[in-house]
Design a binder for this molecule. Structure first.
Ligand SMILES: *Cc1c(COP(=O)(O)O)cnc(C)c1O
Length: 386
């Protein structure tokens, strides 16, 4: 039986399809990795955020098995009831020490951490200043906070400065991706901190793509940002860390406030303590992960050299494992992605609304788990199909 509301949904779906904007889920068998079976086809994957190849690492699997025997599967309750396990606490302490911040708080996902931090720190009388290319979760978080939401052009700190100058809000918060998730470029952390200090604002940095990868694995914080009490640092733990969750590191006063006020921390069941035990092992792997990072850096150089003369798209300026190939039209990005898949290479087409109109791209991500041959294959096939 059909009714008007359902018919409108169906028309909306048909429009998405006609505009090449329909999204489909790929079906994965087996473990995450660079050689995977997707929809029954063996492919080399260039689209996960498992930059260090830790998602199926034997040491993490071993840690999970051991923890399961000790603490079972579910956390059973929220952190403020009886869900806060010794493993959660141990991970928070180890993480804070590793990134050089005094205190840390573990959330179930990065999306929830962003909602929690922004809504706890600014309200209706506050103002959030955000880079236009920030991750969608930060946009949602700013809107949910009820604060005035002011966006500046990507990495345009002169515009940010004039916005800060004009602001009359008492609580100000500057928020930026540290490594931009669809572009791969890195925020100007010290210049942002300088503005935060001049205008008495918080600086919240979302390092979902830098933690584990940049700076001996410690992520994209600079020395000044590490030392500043107004800098709040977020790492997500489902990407380079290979597990799940997210962790906020900041001054202990900020962390205590989040425990009292961050609703996505309070009103949700704690993540399984077994995951926190895996995260402790992941942190050890990241700390000793320089050989993985070195391999990743070599892959980045190889890919950039190999694709320098490509004409169907241009590699964006990025020194991180996110290497987007700018194509332009949605349909062209989809066509290239399909041709690659026919040849066993999985590279997603990223389209509006994830990225601005006419900047559709192939988002190539590299992993330490790739071999040199994997990267060479991608280069050769892209030249062959363009
Ligand atoms: C992936 C991502 C998030 C969300 O983290 P999850 O743990 O996957 O919810 C937040 N911010 C950025 C920049 C991301 O890339």
């Amino acid at each position: 039986m059909s009714f008007a509301a359902l018919t409108r949904l169906q028309q909306g779906l048909a429009t998405l399809k006609a505009d090449h904007l329909e999204r489909r889920r790929l079906l994965l068998d087996g473990a995450q990795g660079v050689h995977v079976t997707i929809n029954g086809q063996r492919v080399i994957s260039f689209c996960s955020n498992d930059y260090l190849g830790l998602a199926a690492d034997p040491a993490l699997i071993q840690a999970a098995h051991a923890a399961l025997d000790q603490c079972g599967v579910g956390a059973g309750a929220a952190h403020l009831i009886t869900g806060h396990h010794r493993f959660h606490q141990a991970f928070e302490a180890a993480f804070a020490r590793f990134v050089g911040k005094p205190s840390a708080l573990l959330f179930s996902t990065g999306y929830m951490a962003n909602l929690g931090v922004l809504t706890a720190l600014v309200g209706r009388h506050g103002e959030v200043f955000a880079d236009k290319l920030n991750h969608a979760s930060l946009v949602d978080a700013a809107q949910l906070s009820g604060a005035t939401f002011t966006r500046y052009r990507h990495q345009d700190l002169a515009q940010l400065e004039s916005q800060l100058q004009q602001s009359t809000a008492q609580d100000k918060l500057i928020v930026s991706d540290l490594v931009f998730s669809m572009d791969g470029d890195i925020a100007a952390v010290d210049a942002l901190l300088d503005l935060a200090e001049r205008f008495d604002a918080w600086l919240y940095l979302d390092d979902a793509h830098g933690f584990g990868v940049l700076n001996d694995g410690r992520g994209g914080l600079t020395e000044c940002a590490r030392a500043s009490d107004r800098v709040i640092y977020l790492a997500t733990l489902g990407k380079a860390a290979g597990v799940s969750g997210a962790v906020v590191a900041a001054h202990p006063g900020v962390i205590d406030w989040l425990i009292q006020k961050a609703r996505p921390y309070i009103y949700t069941t704690a993540s399984p303590p077994m995951l926190a035990a895996c995260l402790l092992e992941s942190l050890r792997q990241i700390e000793t992960g320089e050989p993985r990072r070195e391999r990743l850096r070599r892959h980045i150089v190889r890919l950039r050299e190999g694709l320098a003369t490509l004409t169907c798209g241009t590699l964006m300026l990025s020194g991180t494992p996110i290497q987007p190939l700018l194509v332009g039209a949605n349909a062209d990005a989809v066509r290239l992605s399909k041709s690659l898949l026919q040849r066993g290479l999985l590279v997603p087409a990223i389209r509006t609304p994830t990225v601005p109109v006419n900047t559709a791209r192939l988002r190539i991500t590299l992993s330490a788990a790739h071999s040199e041959d994997d990267v060479s294959q991608l280069v050769e096939v892209l030249h062959a199909i363009e």
